[in-house]
Design a binder for this molecule. Structure first.
Ligand SMILES: [Ca+2]
Ligand SMILES: [Ca+2]
Ligand SMILES: [Ca+2]
Ligand SMILES: [Ca+2]
Length: 274
C-alpha cells in the first residue's frame, strides 16, 4: 500500500511543493497563525521531504525485466509479460518486476528495465534486450477510483487593518492524499459572514474576490461591534481520473486577540463564485 502524501502546486512562479508526508503522517504545517509568514519554512521543509519520499512511490520506480526459462515457470504472484495487468493504485502496488519467458535459457539474455513512472492510466510495457531488440510487449492499467482526501487548516489574519491578503488553496491545504500525483485544485466560491460594507468595518468594498483558479483575496477586516469575521474558501480537488473532493477552508479575522478561535461563523452574508 503506497501512502506518500504530498502537496504540490504549480502556478506561475509560485510554490511548487508546499508540503509532503510519509506513511507515518508527517505534517509540514504546525500550529496556527499567519500562513504568509510560515511559507518560507514550509517550502524548505517540503523540498527536503519530497526529495526523501518520492523514491518510495512505487509508480516512480522503473520496472525490472527478469528473464526466466519457460520450462521452469515463475511464482504464481509474479507478473509475466505474456499477460496484461490491471491494478487499483489505492490498494495495489505496481510490481517491482516483469518476468519474461525465454525459450532455450537466459544465459545470453540481458534485459533492460522498463522506465517508469506508472501513474494512473494505461501504459504500454515494452521489454527490450541490451541490443535494443523488443523481447515482449504487454499493457499495465493503473486504475484510481478513489477521490483525493484533503485536510485543511484555518488561516488567521491579524491585525484588522483593511488590507487584502492573497490566499492560495495551497496555503490552506495541509495534506492532499492521493495515489495520483496529477491532481488539480480550483476555487469554487469565496464567502464572508459579514456584509461587504456595514457599520463599524471601515469603508471598503470587494472584501472577497477570486483572483486565480486556485487563489482568492480576502480583506483583514471585521465589524468592531460583532464577533469576528469568517471567510469560507470553497475548493474542488480533482485527480487525473476525474474523482473530485469538494470542501472549504476558513480564513478568520478575530474581533480581538483575546478570543480563541476568535471568530464566530454567523452564516453566509454574501458569496462570490467564478
Ligand atoms: Ca485518486
Ligand atoms: Ca462600513
Ligand atoms: Ca469591507
Ligand atoms: Ca461572525
Amino acid at each position: 500500500m503506497l501512502s506518500v502524501i504530498w502537496l504540490a502546486r504549480a502556478s506561475g512562479d509560485r510554490v511548487d511543493f508546499l508540503a509532503a508526508a510519509g506513511p507515518r503522517g508527517w505534517n509540514a504545517v504546525e500550529g496556527s497563525g499567519p500562513t504568509r509568514a510560515m511559507k518560507p519554512t514550509l517550502i524548505i521543509a517540503a523540498m527536503v521531504l519530497v526529495a526523501c519520499t518520492v523514491e518510495t512511490k512505487t509508480e516512480f520506480r522503473d520496472l525490472d525485466a527478469i528473464c526466466f526459462e519457460a520450462e521452469d515457470g515463475i511464482d504464481e504472484d509474479a507478473w509475466s509479460c505474456d499477460e496484461a495487468l490491471s491494478i487499483d493504485c489505492n490498494t495495489d502496488e505496481v510490481p517491482d518486476a516483469i518476468y519474461v519467458a525465454v525459450e532455450g535459457g537466459c544465459d545470453d539474455v540481458t534485459l533492460e528495465p522498463v522506465p517508469g513512472p506508472f501513474p494512473p492510466g494505461n501504459h504500454d510495457i515494452v521489454v527490450v534486450d541490451d541490443q535494443g531488440h523488443q523481447v515482449c510487449q504487454t499493457t499495465l492499467e493503473v486504475r484510481d477510483p478513489v477521490a483525493p482526501v484533503v485536510t485543511t487548516q484555518t488561516i488567521a489574519l491579524w491585525p484588522p487593518n483593511h488590507k487584502l491578503h492573497t490566499i492560495a488553496l495551497a496555503d490552506c491545504f495541509t495534506e492532499v492524499d492521493d495515489c495520483d500525483p496529477d491532481w488539480t485544485a480550483r476555487v469554487t466560491y469565496v464567502s464572508s459572514d459579514e456584509p461587504d460594507d456595514d457599520r463599524g468595518d471601515g469603508h471598503t468594498i470587494d472584501d472577497v474576490a477570486i483572483v486565480a483558479d486556485d487563489a482568492v483575496t480576502v480583506r483583514s477586516e471585521r465589524q468592531g461591534g460583532s464577533n469576528g469575521r469568517v471567510y469560507h474558501v470553497g475548493y474542488a480537488v480533482t485527480d487525473g481520473s476525474g474523482n473530485t473532493t469538494e470542501g472549504s477552508c476558513d480564513v478568520v479575522v478575530a474581533h480581538d486577540q483575546g478570543h480563541d478561535p476568535g471568530a464566530i461563523d454567523d452564516g453566509v452574508a454574501y458569496r462570490v463564485e467564478p
